[in-house]
Structure formats: structure tokens, C-alpha cells
Design a protein around this ligand. Structure first.
Ligand SMILES: [Mn+2]
Length: 298
């Protein structure tokens, strides 16, 4: 059961899930984190608030949203009492989507929420999607302090349980991996584009690699805000220097959005976001994604 709230993402109208083209929901938890600064449980509402900063709703390229964009905001799933496997079960049971046909935009929350969302949709007889995984960290440790559902283990769970198409999985922005994570990436032959690759080969190369994943089959994007250069996103649990710029990320996301089936934006932790720039960047990404889904789809 969702918590009803007056706070909606910009562009949301009074529509039911069934009437919507894009459904937004918030998963306010930081229980899968814990390796850094917490606060991700406030992320969904902070993205919603930041999405209302612009006086008209428009994409980076200036495309104005029309009424009705058929966006519904289902509110937040109350998660304060859950952690570990019970957190995963609660999210999986309540995930509103039963196919890749409707676009579900999940607002985290820490990155652990990606696993139960994808698991829920795939478990309803849907194909494992391709995956574009923007993150500073590969999230391929086996567990953290005995928790296999940590935000640092989420990609490993998805791969191990065949919930995503490994051949159509691409990690972008990865840096400072742990030895265990590197070993797993090599063992599973996961394709990785590091910030060094972006520097040496350019952003057009990155887009060409992403484009290879687009074939008409379901494609999911998981967007951990810490993929960005740490100085651009102080409001994440584990900021890392040396990441993508928001300009580079927006370039890629704007091209990719029309081809996506669903996505999440995770790890906003507004308590360490004094100027609100991380929340505003997250909101800009959310708006551009929604605009790409609604208006650029061929
Ligand atoms: Mn992550």
C-alpha cells in the first residue's frame, strides 16, 4: 500500500496507474546502504521538490511538456520497518508494474532497490532486460556484513539470478573497484566503460557502445548518482572523484531515454547536499528521461 502524499513529481496528474504512460514511485530507504553517509530515505521527496524548481516543465533541449503527458506519481512505499530480505520482499510484492510496456520510474532510496524492482517485473513472465548501469561502483561484492542485499551487491544478485541479460549489460563510470568486484566482472565477462575510457575515447564512443544494446527488446537503466564526479554530487552516500560530468551523463541519458523500458535514479542523500545541486541534477535527469519517453519515442 502506497503512502498518499500531496507531493508529486513535476508533470504528474491525477491519473490512475492504468491510465498512465509513465508511473513514478518512491522507495524511501537507506537500509541497503551503510558503507558511508546515510539519508537516502529522503531521496524520493527531495527529487520531487527539486523537479518543481523550473517555472515551466521542459527538457534540457527545451522541449515543453504538454498536458497530458500521462504521468502518475504513486507516492512512496513506507519502508522504515524493513531491511535485508524483508526489504526486498516488501518492494517486490508492491512493485506496480507487471510488464515492460509501461514506463516505471523508481526514485530511490539506496541502490539496493533495483534488485527487487527488476525481479518483480521479470517474475511476471517478462524477459530479463538489457541493463545500462551508471555507477562509480560495480556493486558486485557478494555481501556486506552478512547482507547479500546491500547496495554494494545489487548487480551481483541481478546477474547471479539471471534477472538481466548479461550479454546486453553495460557498466559505465566504474572506478575504485574492490578486488572481489574486479574478479567477478572478469568471471562474468561484464562490459565496463571506465571514466578513463571516456577520457581517452570520447563520449561519442560511449554512446556507440550503449547503442549496441538497443534492439527493441526491454532495456533498463539504473542510474546511481555517484557515477558523476564527486564534486558535482556532494549529496550521495559515497561520492567518488574522477567521475562523469553532468554534461556527459545528460548527453547519454537524453539519447538513451526514448529506448528505455524503465529506470531508476538512486542514492540521493540530501543531508550532505547543502546547495541542493545533487537534488537538482537528479531532478533534471528525471525530467529529461520522462521527456524522452513521452516525446522522442519513434
Ligand atoms: Mn550503486
Amino acid at each position: 500500500m502506497m503512502e498518499d502524499s500531496e507531493l508529486k513529481i513535476a508533470g504528474a496528474e491525477d491519473l490512475s496507474f492504468d491510465e498512465s504512460r509513465i508511473a513514478v514511485w518512491g522507495l524511501p530507504t537507506s537500509a541497503g546502504g551503510g558503507t558511508g553517509r546515510l539519508g537516502a530515505e529522503k531521496g524520493p521527496d527531495q527529487i520531487r521538490i527539486a523537479s518543481r524548481i523550473w517555472n515551466t516543465l521542459r527538457t534540457s533541449s527545451g522541449y515543453q511538456f504538454e498536458n497530458s503527458g500521462k504521468i502518475c506519481d504513486l507516492g512512496n512505499l513506507p519502508l522504515q520497518d524493513f531491511s535485508g530480505s524483508s526489504l526486498m520482499d516488501e518492494i517486490r510484492r508492491n512493485c506496480p508494474s507487471d510488464s515492460w510496456d509501461r514506463f516505471l520510474l523508481t526514485l530511490g532510496g539506496d541502490h539496493s532497490v533495483t534488485y527487487p524492482v527488476i525481479k518483480s517485473i521479470v517474475s511476471k513472465n517478462n524477459a530479463p532486460p538489457g541493463l545500462v548501469y551508471f555507477d562509480a561502483h560495480p556493486d558486485t561484492v557478494d555481501q556486506v556484513n552478512g547482507n547479500p542485499y546491500s547496495h554494494a551487491a545489487v548487480l551481483r544478485r541481478l546477474i547471479d539470478e539471471n534477472l538481466v541479460d548479461r550479454e546486453r549489460t553495460l557498466l559505465i563510470g566504474i572506478r575504485v573497484p574492490e578486488a572481489e568486484e574486479r574478479d567477478y566482472i572478469r568471471e562474468k565477462k561484464l562490459k565496463v566503460i571506465t571514466p578513463e575510457d571516456v577520457l581517452e575515447r570520447g563520449i561519442a564512443y560511449v554512446w556507440k557502445e550503449i547503442e549496441k544494446l538497443i534492439n527493441g527488446d526491454p532495456l533498463y537503466m539504473s542510474l546511481d548518482l555517484d557515477v558523476l564526479n564527486g564534486c558535482e554530487v556532494p549529496g550521495v552516500e559515497n561520492p567518488e572523484p574522477g567521475g562523469l560530468s553532468s554534461r556527459e551523463l545528460l548527453y547519454l541519458v537524453n539519447r538513451l531515454a526514448p529506448h528505455l523500458s524503465s529506470c531508476d535514479i538512486v542514492e540521493l542523500s540530501g543531508e550532505t547536499d547543502p546547495a541542493g545541486i545533487t537534488a537538482k541534477t537528479a531532478a533534471r535527469l528525471a525530467i529529461d528521461i520522462m521527456g524522452g519517453v513521452l516525446y522522442n519515442r519513434l
